[in-house]
Ligand binder design. Structure first.
Ligand SMILES: Nc1nc2[nH]cnc2c(=O)[nH]1
Ligand SMILES: [Zn+2]
Length: 439
């Protein structure tokens, strides 16, 4: 049993006011990694007098974060500011992605990347992989050892990047099939078919991706869409017969309820309608959109069309692995949009960072909130008493204000412990260990 302040969003606060549930002195009973009961601590204590409680008072226990868009080979190139997308790819990012041809280099990067996720409280992620199959074997091996829930795949491209990053439709299919056979469905791992974006993918390569997607019903598909105006112009010229950017994927059969497309900063109404109809989700990456000057995300139009939206950090165009920071930036972007924006309160941010991500990835029956029956995937945030966040939290007048302070001021430094399916996958170094106590 875990005793803490609990906050989670089993409902959707965009549809239902009051969708966030808070238990100021709450408890979760966890059996074999699954939440068996939840409620006020004293109620659970009465029902389960013999069960020891881990005392996590003084902080807040949230569902583990779900990052729906983050690039494994880009951890070392975080922090290059001031470039638009295509320059940033050419000058900053693709040279580094080429270095993952060396499997031992890739192994080190995989560990650095996975540590970034766990240390920030992310327990589930849809990960854009490397162009190299051996680098993906290294990654999946490390991901399996990390205990995280990871959906990832080899990135494929056959034009306009750098020659060493190009494949062919035949090679992409053969390597993807091998990786799916070795890793898809192993423990907490799943495979995502991953064409980089239509700009770097011929129609033949997109068809090879569709053939991979047909290999199993629970494979995912992820790519980029409508991120930057210059990128959109290039795609328009490359696919003369396509109605719009989405159509380049649609014609290949890649737009389904298993698809998660990142960015969509500049969608047409038709694209939003098709995405909503198919149940294709959008990974909104506000830090990346701001850093690359891609634009201000039209959240209101997505919500009105009924498109599922979740959050992604988009490391390395974004600003790090913190889903708290991503939530804050999402809120800032909507504020900057003025009347066209959607005011995002703490409950919206928590939903976008947890349950919405689980829905986008089709894993909401397993993770994303603390309803009994879900896995115990959780992050324990314990601000330092001496810091500004500690001061604000101590004086906050409501749990909602505590949560918005966590999004505003919280960081990796406040992540004390992280669990996936009841397994502790991270404990902050130098923090006191919380031993089970009888209370
Ligand atoms: N932000 C971002 N957009 C992309 N579009 C194609 N590749 C990338 C990438 O690595 N990052
Ligand atoms: Zn990306």
């Amino acid at each position: 049993m875990y005793r803490s302040t609990l906050m989670h969003t089993p409902g959707n606060p965009f549809l239902t006011p009051g969708a966030m549930q808070v238990e100021e002195d709450g408890a979760l009973l966890v059996t074999d990694g699954v939440i068996a009961a939840s409620g006020p601590y004293h109620t659970l204590r009465g029902s389960y007098p013999e069960v020891p409680a881990v005392d996590l008072r003084g902080g807040v226990l949230l569902p583990g974060f779900v990052d729906t868009h983050v690039h494994y080979p880009q951890v070392r190139v975080l922090g290059a500011l001031g470039m638009p997308l295509l320059d940033w790819l050419d000058h900053n990012t693709l040279p580094e992605e080429g270095r993952l041809a060396d499997a031992s280099y890739a192994r080190t990067v995989a560990h650095e990347f996975l540590h970034g996720l766990t240390a920030n409280g992310t327990t589930t992620a849809l990960v854009f992989g490397s162009h190299f199959a051996p680098a993906m074997d290294e990654f999946f091996g490390a991901a399996q050892a990390s205990g995280l829930r990871i959906i990832a795949g080899q990135v494929v491209s056959d034009r306009l990047l750098r020659p060493e990053l190009h494949t062919t439709p035949e090679q992409a299919y053969a390597e993807g099939r091998g990786l799916i056979g070795r890793w898809h469905g192993q423990g907490r791992l799943r495979y995502a078919v991953t064409p980089r974006f239509s700009l770097s993918a011929s129609e033949g390569l997109l068809e090879a991706c569709a053939a991979l997607l047909a290999l199993a019903p629970d494979l995912a598909l992820t790519s980029h869409i409508n991120e930057n105006s210059r990128e959109i112009d290039v795609v328009r010229n490359l696919f003369a017969g396509a109605r719009d950017y989405l159509d380049t994927y649609e014609r290949a059969g890649l737009v389904t309820s298993r698809s998660v497309l990142a960015h969509n900063v500049h969608p047409s109404d038709r694209e939003l309608e098709v995405m909503a109809g198919c149940g294709c989700a959008v990974a909104h990456c506000p830090c990346s959109n701001s850093a690359l000057g891609s634009g201000l995300f039209p959240l209101r139009r997505h919500l009105q069309a009924g498109v599922q939206v979740a959050l992604g950090t988009d490391v390395g165009a974004g600003s790090g692995f913190s889903m708290l920071k991503e939530g804050l930036q999402a809120s800032f972007v909507q504020q900057v949009l003025g009347e066209q924006g959607v005011t995002l309160g703490a409950a919206h941010l928590l939903y976008l960072a947890t349950r919405a991500g689980a829905e986008a990835l089709g894993v909401e029956a397993i993770t994303g909130d603390f309803t009994p029956g879900k896995a115990f995937d959780a992050v324990y945030l314990r601000p330092d008493d001496a810091g500004t966040l500690g001061t604000v939290v101590r004086h906050a007048e409501s749990p909602e204000r505590v949560l918005s302070a966590l999004f505003t001021l919280g960081s990796q430094a406040d992540v004390a412990r992280v669990w996936v399916a009841g397994d502790e996958v991270y404990a902050a170094p130098g923090r006191p260990r919380f031993n089970p106590v009888w209370t």
